[in-house]
Design a protein around this ligand. Sequence first.
Ligand code: A2P
Length: 275
Amino acid sequence: AAPTVRLLHGADMPQLGLGTSPMGNAQTERAVATAIEAGYRLIDTAEAYGNELGVGRGIRASGIAREELFITTKFDRHWHGRDLAAQGYQAGLDRLGLDYADLLLIHWPNPQLDRYVQAFQGLADLLDAGRLKAIGTSNFKPAHLDRIITETGVVPDVNQIQLSPAVTRDQSRAYHHKHGIVTESWSPLGGQGAAVLNQPVIIDIAKEIGRTPAQVILRWNIELGLVTIPKSSNPQRIHENINIFDFTLTPQQTAAITALDHGESTAVDSDKFGH
Ligand code: A2P
């Protein structure tokens, strides 16, 4: 099992979990059951992935006690509103077949809509009511976080962003660190095709320490204090990806990987971000 990090509102979040995008319900159900069997306790899903049903089925198939798990889901833009947030949360729970999630995230800021502050106020209400262990955002830039912190007085526990050795997101990580927000990496292996696994720097470190390139990248996330959610539908790779808690990287190896950054995330420029 993965070690945990303590979040601002007191919950303990596993540092490594299973990402589930893109996977349909049947594949998700198998992957979630396999991952829990392999020791995963954090599972990440979203309304937009269309696979919350599969996540719920995989959890039930695993037979594990609900309180052993840390389940994250996210809602879409049509729930951006203080009261709508509770409805969006409930709709997700109904699909998951659960009576609570540990962490609920606003999936994208959708700044053109300009309702993310109200949506976050709705998440803060749910936290106050004891219906969630933690609340947060996904794909928020520092300017978006500034607004929700200033206007609601509440700091999110987590901001989940695209982060890999190709997009190390130094400014976001520094901002999160300053405010006590935990950074969670989506597509830590660079997404489909996992191109970042072929970087010579990564391959050399992997050879040096007798690990796989994926394990080196995931361990780099741990050295940086991040939470990371590699996606895999393959049982062997699901096991490989959590087998990273019996070795470390040196500060030099960690720095060499961080130096691979070659620019901003593809998602930063998407229209869901706006400016
Ligand atoms: P698969 O599901 O067939 O394992 P990310 O989490 O960065 O979005 O990356 C996911 C991609 O990387 C998926 O295409 C996944 O494919 C692949 N992947 C996951 N784990 C590994 C691994 N240990 N080695 C190589 N590729 C992996």
